[in-house]
Every structure is written in C-alpha cells, then in structure tokens.
Ligand binder design. Structure first.
Ligand code: NAD
Ligand code: UDP
Length: 312
C-alpha cells in the first residue's frame, strides 16, 4: 500500500538515501530540511518523481501536514557541525522532537527517532547494550548533541506513555557511505578525501580509539524494518556493524584501497572523544531479523568511488 512519508533532515546523508529508497518502494515522500548540513544536490534528481516533494523548513518551528509515517532525522551529526552552534543543536533535537511528536499525536502517524550511540557517551560497558544508561559528560563539548538526543528519547517515550503516540527509537552507530558531505568532518569522509589527494591523514590522539562502521544500505534497511514493526515495538534498538576498528586500522585500510601516498599525522584528541564503541545488536537480530551484510572493505570501495568525483 502506498504510504505518505515525511522525512525530516531528508537532504542530508542518511535522509536523502532514505528518500530515494522509499520512493523506489513506491511510497509518496516529503523531504523537509533547513539545509544546515544537507544539500539540494542530494535530492534534486528525485524531483522528476511526481510523488516526491521538498519543503524548506526548520524543525524547531511547528509544522503541519497529513502523513502516515515520520522519520525524524533532522540534526547535524558531525562533531564539527553540531558544535558550531551548540544551542541550535539542542533546539533541533529537543524542539524538533516536540514539534514532530505533536504532529504525530494529532495525525496518529508512526514516528521513528534517529537516535545515536552517543547516548552511551564514553562507555564503560563494552559492547554497548540498550540496557546500559551511558557515561555522558553533561557539560562537555559533545553534550549539546548527546544530551539533546537523550532528551529526545525521553520525549519520545513520554509521548508514547502519556498520549499513545506510536514511536520507534533506533540508536544508530557510526554509519558511512556515498552522499556523505566531502567536508563533513567525520572520520571516514576525512580519511578518504585526504587519501585521494595524497594529503596527510589526520589521526586524532594515538589512533587507538575504536568505532564500528555500518554501511548506509544496511542501516537504511534496518530503519525501514523498524518502521514496519507493530506498535508494541518501540525500542530503543541499537543499529550498527559490530566489527570494531581502531582509527589507525581505518586509516591504513583507506590508504591501501586508494593506493595513496598519504602519511599519518597525529593531532590532539578532542575532549570527551569516546575511547571505544561497538554495538551489541542482539535485539536488532531477534526483533527485526536484521544484521549488517556489507563489510568495511566493500563499503569503503563504494564510498571511495563516490568521493572521487570531488577530487580534480
Ligand atoms: P547529516 O548532517 O548529513 O543530515 C542531517 C540533516 O538534517 C541535514 O540535511 C541538515 O540540513 C538537516 N537539519 C539539521 N538541523 C535541522 C533543522 N533544525 N531543521 C531541519 N533540518 C535540519 O547527518 P546524517 O548522518 O544524515 O544523520 C541523520 C540523522 O541520523 C541525525 O539525526 C543524526 O543524529 C543521526 N545519526 C547519524 C549517524 C551517522 O553515523 N551517520 C549516527 C548516529 C545518529
Ligand atoms: N577522527 C580522526 N581524524 C579525523 C576525524 C575524526 O582521528 O580527521 C577520530 C575522532 O577523534 C573519533 C573517530 O575518529 O575518535 C570518529 O570520529 P567521527 O567524528 O567520525 O565520529 P564520532 O566521534 O562522533 O563517533
């Protein structure tokens, strides 16, 4: 059945690919974005589809529309962008959640929140399970993002309890792939762009900190599966690739795959940078029958192909 679906943050990395996926699945898609980190170029090719619409809007302001489902993705995800205007980042997560949950309540739509592994902060439980409450510095550099997302989770759960809103919460772990902004500042895009230009690869700290990288196609498959579950499934559910890599390993793999002459340079580690991160995805496996299929090397090759067009 054709559904009408609103995607906030629809011009960003994940949002634009989700717009495309849902249009291909024959739904009607409305993309809402204020273009802070998103780009029109990510979505203009979809405008030839009469079931696609773009709306310039900021989620901190109320918004009214009739839809069946809402994917709430609006929020900068790269540390340099979410720390650029921290108050705005908090407003986007908190007021954005209130506005979208209010909308979902009025129109009885299902609503999915793109939450994050950052709710676990610098975790002292490894791998991270959904039952772990996290270790977040509430006044640190990352707090505008981490606490904003934690507050959004609380809003989601309370709108569900108090007003029966049909919510879904997914905690997304580091996800990468084509359509990431080349100057986004996140580690995968930085390393690939540096390697393709034979520039120094900027490792923050000693490079022994770890992350687990999920390819975008796997992640989007999981988000759509979650939205398709019955109303009793509300999450939170972790979604990410459980294979863990240090930043040194990632840098060396990117150099190998790009056949680059780049050298590693070591720069200071930003404050509160989590030392380790790896999802326990037992819940996603059990409830959604989901696990990632694309290994890092394969996903990086696709991503490198995409980034080559930005390098002269
Ligand atoms: P992105 O920065 O590429 O996309 C975010 C989009 O939201 C952009 O198009 C931006 O312009 C838009 N936006 C920001 N503030 C807005 C506002 N106030 N009103 C309307 N639109 C606004 O990031 P992404 O990687 O595509 O992330 C999408 C969502 O997934 C975010 O909520 C992010 O927190 C979450 N997430 C992503 C990752 C990841 O690794 N990619 C990990 C965890 C969580
Ligand atoms: N990082 C790095 N060099 C870069 C960008 C990031 O070493 O040019 C490190 C960063 O310090 C962090 C990891 O890579 O430990 C992942 O950073 P990213 O910003 O992609 O995501 P997050 O820290 O939010 O997981």
């Amino acid at each position: 059945m054709k559904k009408r679906i609103l995607i906030t943050g629809g011009a960003g990395f994940l949002g634009s690919q989700l717009c495309e996926k849902l249009l291909n699945e024959d739904h009607e898609v409305i993309c809402l974005d204020n273009y802070f980190t998103g780009q029109k170029e990510n979505i203009t090719h979809l405008l030839k589809n009469p079931y696609f619409e773009i709306i310039r809007h900021d989620v901190t302001m109320p918004f009214f529309i009739e839809v069946d489902e809402i994917y709430n993705l609006a929020c900068p995800a790269s540390p340099i962008h979410y720390q650029y205007n921290p108050i705005k980042t908090i407003k986007t997560s908190v007021m954005g959640a209130i506005n979208m949950l209010g909308l979902a309540k009025r129109i009885k739509a299902k609503i999915l929140q793109a939450s994050t592994s950052e709710v676990y902060g610098d975790p002292d439980v490894h791998p991270q399970t959904e039952s772990y409450w996290g270790n977040v510095n509430p006044i640190g550099e990352r707090s505008c993002y981490d606490e904003g997302k934690r507050c959004a989770e609380s809003l989601f759960v309370n709108y569900h309890k108090q007003n029966d809103v049909r919510i879904k919460i997914i905690r997304i772990f580091n996800t990468y792939g084509p359509k990431m902004h080349p100057n986004d500042g996140r580690v995968v895009s930085n390393f690939i762009m540096q390697a393709l230009q034979n520039k120094d690869i900027t490792i923050f700290g000693k490079g022994t900190q770890t992350r687990s990288f999920c390819y975008v196609d796997d992640l989007l498959d999981g988000l759509v599966r979650m939205m398709g579950t019955d109303d009793r499934v509300i999450g939170p559910i972790n979604m990410g690739n459980p294979f863990e890599f240090s930043m040194n390993e990632l840098a060396n793999l990117v150099i190998k795959l790009t056949d680059s002459k780049s050298k590693l340079v070591f720069l200071p580690l930003p404050s509160d940078d989590p030392l380790q991160r790896k999802p326990d995805i037992s819940k996603a496996k059990e409830i959604l029958n989901w696990e990632p299929k694309i290994e890092l090397e394969e996903g990086l090759k696709e991503t490198i192909k995409y980034f080559k067009k930005f390098v002269i």
